[in-house]
Structure formats: structure tokens, C-alpha cells
Design a protein around this ligand. Structure first.
Ligand SMILES: [Zn+2]
Length: 193
């Protein structure tokens, strides 16, 4: 993976609106067998705001990526755009895009770590017994997968085709119309009919 910084700017922080401290960095990342991805990161030392996003420079169609998570696939490169939904059905976890969701370049192990962090947060947030049991089960399952034990399915649904899973083992399919309609995009939606 080749990385090159192409721009760095000092901007007005989108969170605290303080002028002249937040840094916006733009990186171009070349991903083998995929192409170029533009990664932007905004960091504000004043309020701690941090946000990143990726944009694939080649436009694709809406797509559903399905790959088995197993010990041989943990290092498979994954590009998750801000508007993609990520699901591991066997673990019962799903991340949907929202105004705060981030785009990033990682690998399958990195996706598991992100889910792990999200489940840990949920453990602290929801104190009822059923939530605790479910979260602990999910956490255990994620840890086993990271160790290379067992298998599960990673599904990425991207209505703008900006995400990718770079492996010859990935199955790429169209997103069925009904499913596409129900997908969140992270934008506030306006009905136009
Ligand atoms: Zn700020």
C-alpha cells in the first residue's frame, strides 16, 4: 500500500467552529488490484474532534460484497466508505452509516477490532441483562474470529459503490432493489415523490 500526502490545510473546525487550529490532511492511497483512494482526516486539537473519510477515485455501481471471515482472510484489504453498511450476521453486529460515520481503509482484522470497540461501548451503555449477555457473546465471537478460530460472513453494502474488498475470494453482487431502498446512506433523506 503506497501512501502519499497530497495536501494539508488548516481549517475552521466543523465541530467547535474555532478558526485556525483544525488540521485537514489529504492522503492518496494506492491499493493493489483496486486503484487509488483519497483519504481525508480532520483533527481539531482544541475540542478533540476527529473524522476521516475515503473516496474511491474510480466510480463503481452499487454493490454488495460478501466474503468469508476465516484465518486465511484476516489480512484482506477492505475499503469502507462513509455510506456503507457493514454486517456480520453470525455475530449479530451491524454498522449503518450515519452523519458521524467514517470511511476508512483497513483489513478484515481491523473491521473485527472496530466491531469489538463498538460492542465494548454498548456494554457500558446498556445495562439491562439481555443486552449484557448479547454483547458479551458478540465480543467473545469477535475475539475468536480474530484468533483465526471458526468462520463467519462479512457483508458490505454500498449504495454508491465506493467500498471494496480486495480479494479473489470476495463475491460481488448487485444490491436487490428492495434492499437498496432500505439502506441508510448517512445523509438526511428527503422524499421527492
Ligand atoms: Zn474543534
Amino acid at each position: 500500500m503506497n501512501e502519499g500526502k497530497i495536501a494539508e490545510m488548516i481549517i475552521k473546525c466543523p465541530a467547535c467552529s474555532i478558526e485556525g487550529v483544525a488540521k485537514s490532511i489529504m492522503n492518496e492511497i494506492e491499493i493493489p488490484h483496486f486503484g487509488k483512494v483519497l483519504e481525508t482526516t480532520i483533527q481539531c486539537p482544541s475540542c478533540g474532534f476527529k473524522h476521516s473519510d475515503v473516496i474511491a477515485l474510480e466510480q463503481n455501481d452499487p454493490a454488495k460484497y460478501t466474503i468469508e471471515i476465516n484465518k486465511n482472510n484476516l489480512s484482506v484489504r477492505v475499503v469502507r466508505s462513509q455510506s456503507a453498511t457493514v454486517i456480520i450476521p453470525e455475530v449479530g453486529v451491524k454498522v449503518e452509516p450515519g452523519p458521524k460515520s467514517e470511511g476508512y481503509v483497513t483489513n478484515i482484522e481491523g473491521i473485527l477490532t472496530r466491531f469489538e470497540d463498538a460492542v465494548k461501548k454498548a456494554l457500558n451503555l446498556f445495562e439491562d441483562e439481555q443486552s449484557q449477555v448479547n454483547a458479551k457473546k458478540a465480543l467473545e465471537h469477535l475475539l475468536e474470529l480474530k484468533k483465526g478460530n471458526g468462520t463467519a460472513t462479512l457483508i458490505i453494502l454500498d449504495p454508491f459503490g465506493q467500498s471494496n474488498v480486495v480479494s479473489e475470494n470476495v463475491k460481488i453482487s448487485e444490491i436487490p432493489k428492495e434492499e437498496l431502498r432500505e439502506l441508510k446512506t448517512g445523509f438526511y433523506e428527503i422524499e421527492d415523490d
